[in-house]
Design a binder for this molecule. Structure first.
Ligand SMILES: CC(C)(COP(=O)(O)OP(=O)(O)OC[C@H]1O[C@@H](n2cnc3c(N)ncnc32)[C@H](O)[C@@H]1OP(=O)(O)O)[C@@H](O)C(=O)NCCC(=O)NCCS
Length: 280
């Protein structure tokens, strides 16, 4: 088969990784390559045999102690020959001194367990067409809200992620809304919808109450009438699952969220939509 070499991915190769993700049916967003790569340009890798790309993996380091693993793909012609295992061993070594998370397809859960990942919970991908309604409570996220959004977001994500959000919140072909509390004017929820290869995905959708989540979801959906919408909800958030079902959305896919070290004490009841399965 030839020697498998793991190399850092360049920005151009990142487009190929996203294309492979599209071919796997993961339906990435049209700006994902740019926003993902900018978050940690040193965190994306190819597996090559004689200079041909045969596999991809990302290990995006948000901080010195937290990373998220994604894009674990081997080209169909090269599967079942141990390349996935080589990439997993590389990942295990890279993540030795930190906590790493991933959203694994369910059939690979047992394999990831052998490389030190422990199951935390399932996530369900819902899809459907939603007749939304824009609420006057929802205000587009502006650059002056940025610091506040980063702080609010960090309550629901494992670590602050300003680098990621700088690109994510202000990407083209996307809409984001925040809702503030009446009295204190503090943010009590925010969400973003982005154009994907097929339809649109909502993520993140973080909110203190179901009412706030629903109001934001309605407003986001109203920006893409009659189009397919995808929403990834963690199974332990029963209110979130109920909200998705109340729109007639149906599950099409599930992942196992896993971590190498401790599971974060996140307020999962406020996570109505996971940002992405690739970067957490
Ligand atoms: C998953 C994938 C990366 C594995 O790559 P690969 O090179 O075929 O894997 P390997 O031959 O090195 O096998 C690696 C391990 O995965 C297991 N495995 C591989 N394909 C599998 C499958 N379809 N179902 C269950 N287990 C599988 C192997 O048994 C092996 O387990 P072990 O480490 O406990 O021995 C590859 O099949 C792929 O790209 N699939 C499509 C994309 C995908 O689903 N990626 C995973 C996202 S979380």
């Amino acid at each position: 088969m030839g020697e498998v070499k793991i190399e850092k991915m360049n920005r151009q190769e990142m487009d190929l990784a996203v294309e492979w993700a599209r071919q796997e049916g993961w339906n990435p967003g049209v700006n994902d390559a740019e926003c993902f790569y900018n978050t940690d340009p040193t965190g994306f890798y190819t597996a090559k045999i004689r200079n041909r790309i045969v596999g991809t993996i990302s290990i995006v380091k948000y901080s010195s102690d937290y990373a998220f693993v994604g894009f674990i793909i081997v080209h169909p012609e090269f599967r079942r020959r141990g390349i996935g295992s080589i990439m997993q061993r590389f990942c295990e070594t890279s993540c030795r001194n930190l906590n790493a998370g991933l959203d694994g397809v369910l059939q690979m859960q047992a394999s990831y367990e052998r490389y030190g990942f422990k199951f935390a919970h399932k996530n369900y991908r819902f899809t459907g067409k939603i007749r939304g309604k824009k609420s006057s409570l929802c205000v587009p996220v502006s650059r002056k809200d940025f610091e506040e959004v980063v702080t609010f977001d960090s309550k629901y994500f494992s670590t602050p992620r300003p680098k990621f959000l700088k690109c994510w919140l202000f990407q083209e072909n996307a809409k984001s809304f925040i809702i503030r509390k009446k009295a204190s004017r503090k943010i009590c929820g925010y969400g973003l919808i982005r154009k994907c290869f097929n339809g649109h995905k909502i993520g993140p959708l973080f909110a203190e109450t179901q009412d706030v989540a629903k109001t934001i979801l309605d407003s986001l959906a109203s920006s893409v009438p009659n189009e397919e919408i995808f929403l990834d909800v963690p199974e332990p958030n029963k209110t979130g699952i109920a909200l998705a079902k109340s729109y007639g959305m149906e599950t099409v896919f599930a992942t196992a969220r896993m971590y190498t070290n401790q599971q974060f004490e996140l307020p999962i009841k406020g996570i109505y939509g996971i940002t992405t399965f690739e970067l957490g």
